[in-house]
Ligand binder design. Structure first.
Ligand SMILES: [Zn+2]
Length: 138
C-alpha cells in the first residue's frame, strides 16, 4: 500500500507538470454535442484570448478542474461562475458525498442551507411564511 503510494508520487513528480486536459475521444463520452473542447481547454489553462463559454463548456471546465483538485472557490473565480453553481454541477455529476446533498428523499441536488437544496429551501421558506400568515389571520 505504502509502496504503491510512493510509486504514484514519484511518477507524478517525475513528470513534473500539471495534469493536461484531454478532450473525450468518443461521442458517447461527450456531456453534450455542443461543447467546443478547444474553448474548454483554453479556459482551463487560462490562455488568452479567453473565448466566451457556453454553460455546457463552463460546466465541463469546472468539473475537470474540480476532479483535478482545484478548490471550488478558486474554480469559481477562475471561470467567473457562482461557487454554488459549481457545487450543483458536482452534485449532478455524482461527485458529492451524501453529507453534501439535500436531505429530502430522492433529491440528489447539492445542499445549500439547513440540509436542503435551493429548491427545497425555497419551498420550505414559502411554507413557513404561509403557515406564519395563517397564524396571523387566526
Ligand atoms: Zn432538494
Amino acid at each position: 500500500m505504502i509502496e504503491r503510494r510512493h510509486l504514484k508520487l514519484t511518477a507524478s513528480r517525475a513528470c513534473g507538470r500539471r495534469p493536461v486536459y484531454i478532450p473525450p475521444a468518443t461521442e458517447d463520452q461527450f456531456s453534450t454535442e455542443q461543447v467546443d473542447y478547444y474553448a474548454v481547454e483554453r479556459a482551463i489553462t487560462g490562455e488568452t484570448p479567453r473565448p466566451e463559454l457556453t454553460r455546457d463548456e463552463l460546466r465541463e471546465a469546472a468539473l475537470w478542474l474540480r476532479r483535478h483538485g482545484m478548490e471550488r472557490a478558486v474554480v469559481s473565480v477562475h471561470l467567473s461562475v457562482y461557487e454554488r453553481l459549481v457545487k450543483e454541477w458536482e452534485a449532478d455529476a455524482g461527485m458529492l458525498g451524501p453529507d453534501q446533498l439535500c436531505t429530502v428523499d430522492g433529491c440528489r441536488k447539492a445542499r445549500s442551507g439547513r440540509g436542503l437544496c435551493t429548491v427545497h429551501l425555497t419551498a420550505d421558506r414559502q411554507w413557513r411564511k404561509a403557515v406564519a400568515g395563517l397564524g396571523m389571520a387566526a
